[in-house]
Design a protein around this ligand. Structure first.
Ligand code: FES
Ligand code: FES
Length: 151
């Protein structure tokens, strides 16, 4: 079976089992490796992408649910091939340690800032709480989201 999905503005025909998680299609078929496999259970957020304006765990979303829907990954936030506003804020705040969670964090932050351009500290904490960083850089991640909101 082939499913046509739009990722970062480009259409892709994905061949395979319709139950294949979007994460596998992104990484193994389309070649976008930003989203990471962490738990595969919807518990860590490393695989977070945006589908039709909503942050989702791509490890749990089957490609069969994506026909005609628009997917945005961290690569879609690049600006002329360079880090976008959120990427740069994470760099400036040195938010990455191992970096494994960062793509998901950036997409969760994008989702938050699309809804609330000037979030309070509490709103950032609430908005980001679904995503985990096993290196414990949450304080720098929160600073990065605040920095991005200011710029
Ligand atoms: S890999 Fe998807 S939530 Fe952990
Ligand atoms: S920087 Fe290592 S998991 Fe977050």
């Amino acid at each position: 079976m082939s499913v046509s999905i739009e990722v970062n503005g480009t259409k892709h025909d994905i061949d395979g089992d319709p139950s294949m998680p979007l994460l596998y299609a992104l990484r193994d078929q389309i070649g976008l490796r930003g989203a990471k496999f962490g738990c595969g259970l919807g518990q860590c957020g490393a695989c977070t992408v945006i589908v039709d304006g909503r942050a989702v765990y791509s490890c749990l979303m089957p490609i069969s649910a994506l026909a005609g829907r628009a997917v945005t990954t961290t690569e879609g936030l690049l600006e002329d091939g360079k880090p976008g506003k959120l990427h740069q804020a994470f760099i400036d705040e040195q938010a990455a340690q191992c970096g494994y969670c960062i793509s998901g964090m950036v997409m969760r932050a994008q989702h938050l800032l699309e809804r609330n351009a000037d979030p309070s500290d509490d709103e950032i904490l609430t908005g980001m709480q679904t995503n985990l960083c096993r290196c414990g850089t949450h304080a720098a991640i929160i600073r990065a989201v605040k920095r991005a909101a200011r710029t």
